[in-house]
Ligand binder design. Structure first.
Ligand SMILES: *Cc1c(COP(=O)(O)O)cnc(C)c1O
Length: 374
């Protein structure tokens, strides 16, 4: 369970868009939000999009994926990246995760590589970086692009580097369940100036309108395959207000995360649960806090117990390799047993930036009242 953060300026910003007469995309709020985003992420280039899903579609178009190509994706993730691959007619090849983080396991990825593999899409689960050392080594050895689905990880780091800027491209989500939101929205990040030039065109219906608006060409025309991935100024106005309070929002979320991490270790050890943990070389984003139950029955038991105590706990991600579309558009590269096991034991606790102390205490009390039947 989560509640979108209400930032101070968003109402005024939206009214300013209404009054300005410029509601379509790429206006002043888009420019301001983009500047803030580049500052937070250190990315050289950022393009706001209508969603993270669309940013992933844009990335798939930039890679010129086609029917002969295979892209390795984790079994345990949200479906968008697999859908973006399947839309290009390419094949999703599912790889397993490392249960320590829920992230793509480089060993499983290596076993799934064939001579048709062109890219790896990695998700940083809960804003904790995947094993980028292992994945970057595979990328160099086999000449593969890396796309980071960083929907959870705005501001997260791996060895000091910002998530979403380590691979070839990164994507962000500003859906209202994410740390920073504008209802529906997203972004594409890259440090590659050739890719960003093409991305601008694809995002604007395949035209060079962005260059025309900057006065670099005297008319604009259809340049290549494209779509409409740019958000309106209404979305950008909300996003700009949210990004202005990025530090406050993150501090609020970390406060909740840290409370759970401090209060639950003894209960977890006594009851066979594992708490979410963050490797030393990574800075996480407090996007979520999860527990792993000892077995699926205990997961079910805790979820039922928490709901009975009015706590909105949740689980997620039906492994993609066993989902109906996964069976149709993908194949299993290596067995994804750890992904299935992880999903069957996962429990997420409520977490949002403005969560009050008494609510946090209530969740902790409800969790620690539960004892696993063993
Ligand atoms: C939320 C989410 C998406 C989709 O984001 P949208 O902005 O809603 O398209 C993609 N990947 C992951 C990992 C997500 O959590």
């Amino acid at each position: 369970m989560s509640h979108p953060y209400k930032s101070k300026a968003e109402r005024d910003n939206v009214l300013a868009v209404l009054d300005s007469g410029h509601a379509h995309g790429d206006g002043p709020f888009t420019a301001s939000a983009t500047t803030r985003l580049k500052r937070i992420t250190t990315a050289e280039h950022a393009l706001l999009t209508t969603s993270c899903t669309h940013a992933l579609e844009l990335a798939a178009l930039l890679l010129e994926l086609g029917p002969d190509d295979e892209v390795i994706v984790p079994s345990f993730t949200f479906p968008s990246m697999a859908a973006a691959v399947a839309l290009r007619g390419a094949t999703c090849v599912f790889a397993d995760i490392d249960p320590a983080t829920g992230n793509l396991d480089p060993e499983s990825v290596e076993a799934a590589i064939t001579n048709r593999t062109v890219a790896i899409i990695v998700m940083h689960y809960g804003g904790v970086a995947a094993d980028m050392e292992g994945l970057l080594a595979l990328s160099r050895r086999f000449g593969l692009a890396i796309i980071e689905d960083n929907a959870h990880g705005l501001g997260g780091t791996w060895r000091g580097q910002q998530l979403g800027t380590i691979g070839t491209m990164g994507t962000l989500s500003f859906h209202d369940t994410k740390n920073i939101h504008c209802g529906e929205g997203g972004a594409l990040l890259t440090n590659d100036s050739v890719l960003i030039g093409r991305a601008e065109i694809i995002r604007e219906k395949g035209t060079d309108r962005a260059r025309f608006m900057r006065g670099q060409v005297d008319k604009y025309s259809w340049q290549e395959i494209g779509s409409s991935y740019l958000p309106s100024e209404f979305n950008a106005a909300v996003l700009d207000a949210q990004l202005a309070e990025f530090d406050t929002i993150q501090a609020g979320r970390h406060r909740v995360w840290d409370s759970y991490a401090a209060a639950l270790p003894k209960w977890a050890a006594d009851n066979g649960f594992q708490l979410m943990s963050v490797p030393e070389d990574r800075g996480h984003t407090a996007h979520l806090f999860y527990l792993l139950a000892p077995d699926p029955e205990t997961q079910d038991g805790l979820l039922t117990h928490l709901r009975a105590h009015g706590v909105g706990a949740a689980f997620h991600y039906v492994p993609l390799d066993s989902s109906p579309a996964g069976l149709k558009f993908g194949r299993v590269g290596t067995t994804c047993r750890k992904s299935a096991d992880f999903a069957s034991r996962l429990v997420r606790l409520p977490l949002w930036a403005a969560m009050q102390d008494e609510h946090i205490d209530h969740v902790i009390e409800a969790v620690t009242e539960f004892t696993s039947i063993r």
